[in-house]
Design a protein around this ligand. Structure first.
Ligand code: ATP
Ligand code: LTN
Length: 333
């Protein structure tokens, strides 16, 4: 805790282009947090290695994601932005925590089961211990809150279990963090398959942050609504998942409630609603796209940001790591 402020931390994998699920879910809320909390936001490049990557592509994506972070409003002067692999203490703590995490608990992780099914030819140990590295990422900064999307709740829960287990054996060492999941936008669904979450691994249903306005409009005009004959904008996720998802996206982009949206499109139908959602998203993303492009042209600036971030992060992370090494009985150098 710095200046008595609560601590907040989160990360995103540079595993592909950011989509509006990543943005309207967790990321959109991060800039407002930097005023109130002591925030750490990082790029989880080590996690990305759990799935085979093209090295040159991965390097480019890291810079792009950093530019995205700054473009959405994460001012590097007001929060700590860094690259996970630049702070080796994460991996060092991860090893220790591996020895306090059970095979059975990791086997229950739904992301592990999903990703093993998707990458059946590469079910590597990193994919299995992914949540332990994530727990290390978190616990090493002693945060109060971890803002993520709904799909990451289980990983924050196992992180809490690991922290409590460790604290139970060695006495108070880690703060046990809370997940921080926004009500609207926590699970944005695919535009062409509203029963599955919008995901980089299914790009057909995604709207990407850097998509051109005409592509965004086309994607929304083609978005699946519902097979009912009602043609009425009404929030009913069970019976009308496609419309509910578009309402969620429109609500996150404009700040309007579901009742306000229903009233706005009363009697107008999907033909008016879908382009309106497209336009709201275009306007929300326009400044982000322009600012990302500007930042990507200034590599020296991006470099200065991640260097300074790593230095600040490493200082805090080092303190926790030393404390942990000492508690478990490793001899100090
Ligand atoms: P994906 O499943 O899209 O390939 P991922 O699960 O590896 O990606 P990241 O890009 O690492 O996700 O996720 C970054 C953040 O975005 C996480 O906090 C995650 O919970 C959130 N997130 C991912 N997809 C969605 C979605 N469809 N709706 C809301 N939040 C999401
Ligand atoms: N697994 C997360 C990315 C991630 C993360 C973290 C999020 C890695 N380490 C620590 C919050 C805190 C994901 O979004 N797929």
């Amino acid at each position: 805790m710095e200046n008595g402020k609560k601590v907040m931390l989160s990360g995103i994998q540079p595993s592909g282009e950011l989509h509006i699920g990543n943005y309207l879910g967790p990321l959109i809320h991060w800039p407002e947090m930097i005023e109130e909390y002591d925030c750490y936001f990082f790029l989880a490049d080590l996690h990305t290695l759990t799935v085979r990557q093209e090295p040159a592509e991965l390097r480019k994506r890291v810079l792009k994601l950093l530019a995205n972070y700054i473009a959405v409003g994460l001012d590097p002067e007001k929060c700590t932005l860094f690259i996970q692999s630049h702070v080796p203490a994460h991996s060092q703590l991860s090893w220790v925590l591996n020895c306090y995490t059970m095979f059975g608990e990791l086997s229950r992780m739904t992301q592990f089961k999903d990703k093993s099914a998707k990458h059946a030819d590469n079910i590597n140990a990193g994919l299995f211990t992914y949540p332990v590295l994530m727990a290390a990422d978190i616990l090493i900064y002693q945060p109060d809150f971890v803002p993520v999307g709904e799909d990451q709740r289980q990983h924050v829960e196992i992180c809490r279990d690991i922290a409590e287990r460790f604290n139970g054996i060695y006495g108070e060492t880690f703060k046990v963090p809370e997940p921080y999941i926004s009500k609207v936008g926590a699970r944005i669904m695919s535009l062409n398959q509203p029963e599955s979450k919008m995901s980089k691994s299914a790009p057909e249903g995604c709207v990407f942050l850097l998509d051109k306005p005409e592509d965004i409009m086309r994607k929304f005009k083609r978005a699946i609504t519902d097979s009912d004959t009602e043609n009425c904008v009404r929030y009913d996720p069970e019976h009308k998942p496609g419309v509910a998802n578009l309402m969620q996206i429109y609500g996150s982009a404009t700040g309007k409630t579901y009742e306000e949206i229903e009233r706005e499109f009363d009697g107008l139908g999907y033909g008016a609603f879908k382009p309106a959602v497209g336009e709201a998203v275009v306007e929300t993303l326009r400044p982000i796209r322009e600012e990302t492009e500007r930042l990507l042209a200034d590599k020296a600036y991006l470099e200065s940001v991640y260097r300074a971030g790593a230095e600040k992060a490493a200082y805090v992370a080092g303190k926790t790591l030393r404390k942990v090494y000492k508690k478990v009985g490793l001899v100090e150098r």
